[in-house]
Ligand binder design. Structure first.
Ligand SMILES: Cc1ncc(COP(=O)(O)O)c(C=O)c1O
Length: 343
């Protein structure tokens, strides 16, 4: 296995994020011993899982003296918007390549990218894969102009980006030890696969010189929300292996992982049943739940046929911009004002 070169990290987030009991969510989903890893609260801007990913991608881009990033990210991409915010702080330009066409009502994520100064271009095709070739073309064009671009694929799903979650795995093991959990199933939403690849790598390879947190049995279940599990599985496997390249095996953890299909009505689309279930979770759990990632993963977890036994940790990945979009899209009528001006 090839050893991975050393990668710099830009500190953005506030870690560790809490690991807390999720009795309210557990009650709704029918799970007695449910915990929540709060990566919705990663502490940089509006948070979410991609803060960990961006710390390493941005660190690598700066170390390579890149002067701009070409980022593949659709109009609702949390990742691209956060990347634009983080790059603005470091004076690095962002070119965001989006699938689809310009629309008069942009999602909040795209508005944030633009506000952070990103140059946004559309491929004109509804196919998400159209971003891949368009981004390569953009990189070539920038090089011809003498720029030093760094290419970032969809979701930041690279071996470098996966390092964020490889390190989160160590943080998590220490928290499990603190609360006395040794045998857990971790459930996490999967889009591009970079997050779960890093996590699996961090449970399989020794990133911290075998800290003394003790022995664990960890099963990671990735709920695929955009692509079929059989398509993503080899990609994740290869990324997890390359991410741990050159490191020894982590003997204290016995880790298994699998992907399940949680697409339901489709990527970013909810049917009435899914929509109502997400509303109920939001009302009763005190959590903000987006419909694209966490809503779908929670729906999978709440299905009695798939529910894992024993202690379960739900790994919340954020998605707050989509929560705000959903709320805004539901306002069909302006609030009514009374005569004294109160709403
Ligand atoms: C809120 C949220 N959760 C989960 C994911 C999935 O992460 P990954 O693409 O690394 O699988 C994303 C991806 O953008 C996301 O924005």
């Amino acid at each position: 296995m090839l050893a991975m070169r050393p990668i710099s990290r830009v500190e953005l987030g506030a870690f560790p994020t809490p690991l807390e009991r999720g009795s309210d969510l557990g009650e709704i989903l029918g799970i007695d011993d449910l915990w929540i890893k709060r990566d919705d609260l990663t502490g940089y801007s509006w948070g979410g899982n991609k803060v960990r990913t961006i710390e390493f991608i941005l660190g690598d881009a700066i170390a390579q003296e890149s002067d701009c990033l070409v980022v593949c990210g659709g109009p609702t991409s949390n990742f691209a918007a956060l990347m634009a915010a983080a790059c603005a702080r470091h004076g690095i330009a962002v070119y965001q390549v989006c699938y689809g066409e310009v629309s008069h009502r942009e999602p909040i994520a795209l508005a944030f990218s633009l506000a952070a100064g990103a140059t946004v271009m559309f491929t004109g095709s509804a196919n998400r894969a159209s971003m891949d070739d368009a981004a390569k073309q953009c990189v070539n064009d920038l090089r011809v102009k003498g720029r030093r671009p760094y290419l970032v694929p969809r979701g930041g799903a690279t071996v470098v980006g996966a390092l964020g979650y490889a390190h989160a795995a160590g943080e998590f093991r220490r928290q499990l030890a603190d609360v006395g959990l040794r045998d857990v199933t971790v459930v996490i939403p999967v889009g591009s696969g970079g997050t779960i690849a890093g996590l699996v790598s961090g449970f399989t390879h020794d990133f911290e010189n075998e800290n003394d947190a003790g022995a664990f049995n960890i099963e990671v279940v990735g709920v695929c929300v955009s692509r079929p599990p059989e398509e993503l599985s080899p990609v994740i496997n290869a990324m997890a292996t390359a991410c741990g390249g050159g490191r020894g095996a982590l003997r204290s953890v016995h880790c298994k992982w699998r992907l399940v299909d949680g697409r339901g009505a489709g990527f970013g689309v909810c049917d009435r049943h899914e929509d109502m279930f997400i509303d109920e979770i939001t009302r009763r759990s005190r959590l903000l739940v987006d419909t694209t990632y966490n809503g779908k993963a929670m729906i999978w977890l709440g299905d009695s046929l798939s529910r894992p036994a024993g202690s379960v940790v739900y790994w919340h990945t954020g998605g707050f911009l989509a929560v705000a979009d959903r709320a805004a899209n539901r306002i069909t009528q302006p609030p009514v004002k009374s005569r004294d001006g109160m709403i």
